[in-house]
Design a protein around this ligand. Structure first.
Ligand SMILES: Nc1ncnc2c1ncn2[C@@H]1O[C@H](COP(=O)(O)OP(=O)(O)OP(=O)(O)O)[C@@H](O)[C@H]1O
Ligand SMILES: [Mg+2]
Length: 244
């Protein structure tokens, strides 16, 4: 972990009293969330809890209905491309590589260049001339993550990096993410269904349910708390989704 404790440092990105949704329909309410430089924060919760809506709003893809988003202590508004220039990286839920283009061209499109991407995932070096559409799902996510990290973001928002991937590939992606978060001081908000794996690489977690944060904590022992909360609600389907 980084030297100063999170509480004494300015958050890289934070939301205060955030209400978010679609048009007038609020699906996320009263959200307080922070991420500090070098810190990975897991945003967990069952399907429909509001995790993607939260990330889309933090990224500037959706306008907040109410509340405030701060970037290194100052209010931030405006669309994703403006936030991206300030150092916000966003990996959305849908895979965002361009399938008809080569790995090399996908990386060049990301403007962070090829070298830092290959440094993160050396596997990509021999795939540079291959069309992205011919890569395995895991290789596509390596490309996605490498392209985002190559731009040296200050904050990275990642939505379901692990979707549809084999456990060994998820471990590889998360280990790389943990490494760059620490070495490059990137604050990461990691939305995940796979709570167990996410907690292994996270410093803190928030648990969302029906549009609200219902619990939060540091990652040691987090799984116990999360499991207990869900079991207390007798909501077995949600339990299995969250602790998978
Ligand atoms: N474009 C939209 N218009 C209206 N409602 C939406 C829209 N997108 C999502 N919602 C609703 O907002 C709520 C939160 O959805 P969201 O996608 O943020 O959940 P999530 O936690 O990311 O779920 P999942 O784990 O399934 O990805 C859900 O009830 C969903 O139906
Ligand atoms: Mg989602």
């Amino acid at each position: 972990m980084t030297a100063a404790s999170p509480e004494t440092r300015t958050a890289a990105l934070s939301a205060h009293g955030l209400v978010a949704g679609y048009g007038d329909l609020a699906v996320v309410r009263d959200l307080e969330i922070t991420v500090h430089p070098g810190e990975i924060v897991a945003l967990l919760g069952p399907n429909g809890a509001g995790k993607s809506t939260t990330l889309l709003t933090l990224a500037g893809e959706l306008s907040p209905i109410a509340g405030e988003i701060s970037w290194f202590g100052a209010p931030i508004a405006g669309p994703l491309h403006r936030r991206a220039r300030a150092g916000l990286g966003f990996v959305p839920e849908e895979r965002s590589v361009i399938m008809s283009m080569s790995v090399r061209d996908n990386l060049l499109l990301g403007s962070g260049g090829i070298e830092p991407a290959v440094e993160l995932f050396p596997e990509l070096a021999e795939l540079l001339d291959r069309r992205a559409g011919l890569l395995s799902g895991g290789e596509q996510q390596m490309l996605t993550l490498a392209r985002a990290v190559a731009r040296r973001p200050k904050v990275l928002l990642a939505d379901e990096l692990s979707l549809g991937l084999a456990p060994i590939v998820v471990d590889r992606l998360f280990a790389a993410l943990r490494d760059v978060a620490t070495t490059l001081d990137i604050g990461v908000i990691l939305v995940e269904q796979q709570a167990r794996r996410a907690l292994e690489v996270s410093d803190r977690w928030y648990l969302m349910r029906r549009g609200e944060v219902v619990a939060q904590g540091t990652s040691d022992g987090g799984l116990d708390v999360i499991q207990r909360l869900y079991l207390a609600d007798h909501d077995d389907s949600a339990t299995s989704a969250v602790v998978a």
